[in-house]
Design a protein. Structure first.
Length: 181
């Protein structure tokens, strides 16, 4: 919905929740909307963007520019959600890559300086398992507080650092289970 108003009673099919639950969830963000008239879409959209921190593009770095890292660097959907991969880092800058990408690729030695200078707080980790914890330690030491981890390993981080693990094999297992039913 681009503009205008929406009524929580009319929106459950899109949100896949009951209208009462949607209204209750929205109250956690504050009081807005008009009883009987619904919610102003622009105001609601702005408020949710502010809460998610996506009112401007958030800088993200990617570490590990192998096949998966290169595929993620080629993906243009991040910007639509408010994220910009501002740089990539790899141990081997001379590696032949089969795609040209606009994102600069830097050596790992430049990572701490870059993160501090640019105030980057999020990283995507696509490195081999044996070095994932070591690279994570470096990221945390530089001030990274959010990591999207594609390495199949449980990373040990301080309490104030958030790690989201993406395990593609487990995702395929889930699909396999559901298609068997």
């Amino acid at each position: 919905m681009a503009s205008g108003r929406f009524r929580a009673k009319l929106w459950p099919a899109r949100a896949r929740v009951k209208s009462t639950q949607l209204r209750k969830d929205l109250t956690y963000f504050g009081q807005f909307g008009t009883r009987g008239l619904g919610y102003d879409v622009e105001q609601l959209s702005k408020m949710i963007s502010d809460l998610l921190g996506t009112t401007s593009l958030q800088p993200v770095i990617l570490v590990g520019v192998g096949n998966l890292g290169l595929a993620l660097l080629s993906y243009r959907g991040f910007e639509q959600e408010g994220f910009e991969i501002v740089a990539a880092f790899d141990i081997n800058l001379e590696r032949k890559r089969n795609k040209d990408i606009p994102t600069p690729i830097h050596s790992m030695e430049r990572l701490p300086e870059f993160v501090r200078e640019r105030g980057v707080k999020m990283a995507i980790l696509t490195v081999p398992t044996p070095v994932a914890q070591e690279i994570t330690n470096t990221l945390v030491d530089c001030g990274i507080t959010g990591i999207l981890n594609f390495a199949p390993i449980v990373l040990h981080v301080p309490e104030d650092v958030m790690v989201n693990n993406v395990n593609l094999a487990i995702e395929l297992e889930n699909l396999s289970y559901f298609i068997q039913q």
